[in-house]
Design a protein around this ligand. Sequence first.
Ligand code: ADP
Length: 257
Amino acid sequence: ALDIGHDLGRALLNARAFERERRLVDELRELDSYKSRLVATLAHELKNPLTSILGHTEILGASPDLGAAERTSVGAVERGAARMQRLVDDLLTLAHAGDPHTPFTPTPVDLHAAVLEAVDLLRVTVNHKALDVVVEAPEDSIKVLAEPDGVEQILSNLISNATKYTPEGGRVTVRLTPMKRYVRLEVSDTGLGISPRDQEQLFSEFFRSTNPEAVALPGTGLGLAIVQRIVERHRGRIHFTSELGEGTTFTVTLPRA
Ligand code: ADP
């Protein structure tokens, strides 16, 4: 009888501890959701004034009466506002992708065509840095069941990072491998690589590398957080391997259509 009483007491304590933990998890979830909504609201409110600032700097910049000093100032305002706009857009995309209430509406998307389009959009950087961009796909049409905007975000972020963090004359390879239920997408570069310490935080919001060569390039530190959330929405997987000074490969799997 003593033993039974002892066991019951232990079970009760465990149940209480479990209940406390569950409540803490709920509270943290609620706080996280509040934070996301706050950030999304702020970003949304900043969108209109920013559009207005950019519109007016364009008008000012086109004025023929502008002196050299004024022109420099208008240029600085325009660059600052454009940077803020990228940040606001990324914040809104991140909030949208991470919100469990956002409806998930996948359709068949031709991943190969989407890759070619994403590469084409980066042509200016690619030519400017004399990068060698190779797309490898065993078939013309490789379809995934995904949200078209999501696919575009994944590709533009991963491929633009590969071109951004690869010095002149380097190579970027995008490889598609259809498997039974998934399609594997690999984006490899021969660029700066990522140190083991930075690797631990790579998907965190606002994280930017501690590598001075990488920080010198413009960015918000939100791209990979966005990619990770979109991949998770699709019940896909994402991981990477990287060697400092050698290069990086990101691998994503998305459900096959
Ligand atoms: P951003 O590029 O805007 O800084 P990301 O979230 O896309 O933000 O990337 C976070 C950081 O990860 C970058 O600042 C960069 O240091 C590192 N990184 C991402 N992709 C690569 C890559 N292909 N090669 C080297 N570093 C990378």
